[in-house]
Write a protein that binds this ligand. Structure first.
Ligand SMILES: Cc1ncc(COP(=O)(O)O)c(C=O)c1O
Length: 432
């Protein structure tokens, strides 16, 4: 047995939506929410939903809960301190605020590197800095591999480079970018690094210290939580950013200077349930292992989370291999991304196009059978333009996560095979 085998019954019980008939394979769009997250939101709203900052007991309790949520979310990315964790409604908005606050430090001719592979959330906000005199340099894909290559970045970096913005994982290709190496190269020329971690965070542990990044954003609604997002901002560059809040906030007021207006306190409190889940899952994985090995030392919360992520990666690799093996075999399909499932190089966000059928036709033929996949550009608009795929309705994307079962992948394959051959599939009598 693989060292890190997930107990899928244990996992799936935590996501009540999985009890229904719908199969969920649009997880990169948004993952299902943990029951424990929903319970925490419910509890917060019914017991401590008052305005923070007053001296009476319930307000103090609400403030303490929000502080605790921020601390826990900092643990999710291994932030050195909670002040380096900015909370907000979405990654798109947090990156907009970040770029806006970065603008005053620019002088004309300063350069910002963005990629053409990424979701627009980490591109457009930096392009807006052209108004402040920034020169935008595009990191193009390597012509041979179709992926971002470090040599391409190296050719762009120089004494005027102020920031490199790139995704940790492409939400179309599924490829994992070498963030530590990117950060090292950027830092070597004195530039900062801003990583969009949204497509990575549901799949692997994030350690902003090990990655050596300055800014790292992720959306909790794709990591089994509610619709909110967080941005890690390393203290030293954070202190140098401008203020995106009222005049009485100063540059030293972190994280508040990047958090205008009231936050969704209940969602932040709920989000901490993601960490509880990872720790439970890790203890379960390690427990099964220690029973086998005869050891009984209680693992730390961090070791538990680490074990959970490893087991998640192993499960995801199994799922990816099953689907990629089918896609590789078909001469009428092109996999848009790496054809191999290697967990060190890709996540199970798998895109493909058919030689004749538009992507929309494939997805719409699958829909009535209760398997949720998706087509489109997924806001990686520039990548889909570069690939010439807008006219094909973008790619078909199947985005799996650890709670998917191999049987679900088999069900999708069973549906895809005739659809791709242009044969019709009998409609089910009942919809999910
Ligand atoms: C890779 C990536 N980055 C950023 C975003 C934007 O996240 P949000 O909806 O929180 O703004 C998405 C959302 O789909 C995404 O997939």
């Amino acid at each position: 047995m693989d060292r890190a085998t997930l107990d899928l019954d244990f996992v799936r019980r935590r996501f009540p939506a999985l009890a229904g008939r719908q199969v969920f394979m649009d997880n990169a769009g948004g993952s299902l929410t943990l029951a424990s997250v929903a319970d925490r939101i419910h509890d917060y709203l019914l017991s401590s939903n008052v305005q923070l900052g007053a001296s009476y007991a319930v307000s103090a309790q609400a403030g303490a809960r929000y502080a605790e949520a921020r601390r826990r979310l900092g643990e999710l990315v291994n932030a050195p301190s909670p002040e380096e964790v900015v909370l907000g409604p979405s990654t798109t908005l947090l990156l907009r605020l970040l770029a806006q606050s970065f603008a005053p430090s620019l002088v004309p001719g300063d350069e910002v590197v963005v990629s053409r592979v990424d979701h627009e959330a980490n591109i457009g906000c930096w392009l807006a800095l052209e108004a402040a005199g920034a020169r935008i340099r595009f990191w193009e894909r390597d012509a041979r591999t179709g992926e971002l290559a470090l040599e391409g970045l190296e050719a762009l970096l120089g004494p005027r480079t102020r920031l490199v913005a790139v995704g940790h994982v492409s939400n179309i290709l599924g490829s994992i970018h070498p963030v530590r190496a990117i950060a090292d190269r950027a830092h070597a020329v004195g530039a900062l690094v801003c990583i969009d971690g949204v497509a990575h965070a549901p799949h692997r542990a994030v350690d902003v210290q090990a990655l050596g990044v300055d800014f790292y954003a992720l959306s909790l609604y794709k990591v089994y939580g509610p619709h909110m997002a967080m941005l890690f901002a390393r203290r030293e560059p954070f202190l140098r950013l401008g203020v995106a809040n009222h005049f009485f906030y100063g540059p030293a007021d972190i994280p508040g200077k990047l958090e205008p207006g009231n936050a969704s306190y209940e969602l932040a409190w709920g989000s901490a349930g993601v960490l509880d889940y990872l720790e439970d899952l890790g203890r379960q994985v390690l427990g099964a292992e220690s029973t086998r090995n005869g050891s009984d030392a209680a693992p730390s919360a961090r070791a538990s989370r680490e074990a959970a992520w490893q087991a998640i990666a192993a499960q995801e690799e199994r799922l990816a291999e099953r689907l990629l093996a089918f896609l590789r075999e078909r001469s009428d399909l092109t996999i848009v991304g790496r054809p191999e499932p290697d967990r060190a190089l890709r996540v199970p966000t798998i895109s493909f196009v058919h030689a004749r059928l538009p992507s929309s036709a494939i997805v719409e033929a699958v829909d009535p059978h209760g398997v949720g996949i998706r087509f489109g550009h997924f806001y990686a608009h520039r990548l889909i333009s570069d690939l010439g795929l807008h006219a094909r309705d973008g790619v078909v994307r199947v985005s799996l996560v650890h709670y998917n079962r191999l049987e679900e992948v088999d069900r999708l394959i069973e549906l895809l095979a005739p659809i791709l051959d242009g044969r019709s599939v009998a409609r089910p009598e009942t919809q999910p």
